[in-house]
Design a protein around this ligand. Structure first.
Ligand SMILES: Cc1ncc(COP(=O)(O)O)c(C=O)c1O
Length: 476
């Protein structure tokens, strides 16, 4: 139970409820064995809980009896505090963080400038209901977003899925059309609208109704879905929109927008060739269909420039941001130009969009990242990490592909016949966790590296040294 000082009362025995699948009988004791059965990350390997301290085990025991079981955790990390690129758990163990709170903490944990901006705003006012009133912090942020992105208008919301929902609604409202095109492996969020666009894992979609969306192939060159080779393929995957979908499935006149991630995130950190986005942009322009870039994960300097689409020299009609925007506080933004975002008052709104604290945090974070010449640091650090991972490939054939853009880097783990190996992938991540490295999976068989953008060379090298050791143990 949380006490006033924010610490757990470890001595008081908790009455534990069984979770969803076993809620008929009450569980009264919290043994490690029971916990290991609770989590899917223990299905393949027991003993991981032994590697964390007693406070962590206690918290996990209580958490898994009170919080919805639908959230999947890959290992038993219980965080306490963090600075820069290092996270400390509740028992005091330090971890080098290649996760950044799922690509959120771009400006680093406990960034002094962000903290100062948050506490200055905290002293004034936290929330005003920006949907009804006006305030300076969201306006200052709008000016910064206009300067960085070139879009003249912003709509504020609270998350990535909400910014995607807002973009869907704007596209539907503007075009008066009913359908969307999106890509296999795409992840756009889990609310019902955004989920319709998501084409990542069936588990995320089964039993839920969707808005009509036709999915097509993304340029996943390592495992080309069309069994072609780049560049002789002529980016046939992109051309399918025109050659197949618009002819057989859905006319452009019925298509409100094409939604695309500049680099696919949850789907496996898949970086398409340069021409891919140019081709999709051209098809959208030629057929008078809106192009929406979901930059929820790729945005805010994650790949170098402010928007990842800048790498491809492509400008979408609408761009969605969230994750790193608020530097850890929830905020989403949907960006477009005035001629497009000309919907009248009342069509769309929310309670927390433009929250004062989140806006102040976002502005301070963007100013910090701009001032620190993040773009170059991200490019250089990205090249360095990819280079080191490619060196590992020589000794570890299970590292099938190393790819990335800026600090969005994926290592695809494969079997000797190059088929996917999610079991080994998960084992590597768990071994790395034991050694004090935080990593996350994505796609079918990929380990993602998305550290805070402020990670130093020393931290990256130390982390990669430890990763190599973990890899060695995992393949043994
Ligand atoms: C590209 C992309 N879009 C949308 C989302 C959904 O964001 P949120 O979890 O904030 O709703 C995510 C989350 O991972 C994402 O990666």
């Amino acid at each position: 139970m949380w006490e006033e000082g924010g610490t757990l009362d470890y001595d008081e025995p908790e009455k534990l409820e069984k979770r969803k699948d076993s809620n008929k009988t009450e569980r009264t004791e919290n043994t490690i064995k029971e916990l290991e059965k609770e989590f899917n990350f223990f299905e393949q390997e027991v003993g991981l809980l032994d590697t964390v301290g007693p406070k962590a085990r206690e918290i996990i025991g209580q958490d898994c009896n009170m919080v919805s079981a639908c959230v999947a955790r890959p290992y038993p990390l219980v965080v306490d505090r963090a600075k820069g690129s290092v996270v400390k758990d509740i028992d005091g163990k330090e971890y080098i963080d290649f996760v950044a709170g799922i690509a959120v903490m771009n400006a680093g944990y406990s960034n002094p400038e962000v903290k100062a901006a948050i506490s200055a705003q905290l002293d004034k006012m936290v929330h005003c209901g920006y949907g009804d009133f006006f305030a300076e912090p969201p306006l200052k942020l709008a000016k910064k977003l206009r300067q960085l992105s070139g879009y003249s208008r912003v709509f504020y919301c609270n998350s990535g899925a909400e910014s995607v929902e807002a973009a869907m609604k704007l596209a539907l409202w503007k075009t008066k059309r009913q359908n969307f095109i999106a890509f296999y492996n795409a992840f756009h969020g889990r609310t019902l609208g955004a989920l319709s666009l998501t084409g990542s894992k069936v588990r995320q979609k089964e039993h839920f109704p969707t808005i009509r969306t036709v999915h097509t192939h993304y340029a996943y060159c390592y495992r080309c879905p069309m069994k072609l080779d780049y560049p002789s393929c002529g980016i046939e995957c992109a051309k399918q929109i025109e050659n197949l979908i618009f002819r057989r499935e859905l006319s452009p006149e019925d298509t409100a927008a094409v939604f695309i991630e500049p680099v696919q995130g949850e789907g496996g950190y898949i970086v398409p060739p340069l021409e891919f986005h140019k081709e999709v942009r051209k098809i959208c322009t030629d057929n008078d269909v809106l192009l929406v870039a979901d930059e929820v994960q790729t945005g805010c300097f994650r790949t170098g420039p402010f928007l990842a689409m800048e790498n491809f020299d492509v400008r979408a009609d609408i761009t969605c941001l969230a994750k790193a925007l608020g530097a850890g506080l929830p905020i989403g933004a949907m960006l477009a130009d005035s001629h497009l975002m000309d919907w009248p008052p009342g069509v769309h709104s929310n309670t927390f969009g433009g929250n004062l604290l989140s806006s102040a945090s976002a502005l301070a974070s963007l100013e910090f990242l701009e001032k620190e010449d993040t773009e170059n640091h991200v490019r250089e650090m990205g090249v360095h990490i990819r280079h080191r991972l490619r060196e590992l490939q020589e000794n570890f054939p299970c590292v099938g592909d190393v790819r990335g853009l800026g600090l969005m880097i994926g290592a695809e783990i494969v079997k000797p016949d190059e088929s996917i190996d999610p079991i080994l992938r998960d084992r590597i991540i768990r071994e790395a966790f034991k050694d004090g490295i935080l990593l996350l999976p994505c796609g079918d068989s990929v380990i993602r590296f998305s550290p805070p953008l402020v990670m130093t060379d020393e931290e990256a090298d130390l982390g990669l040294d430890k990763f190599e050791k973990a890899l060695r143990r995992a393949v043994r």
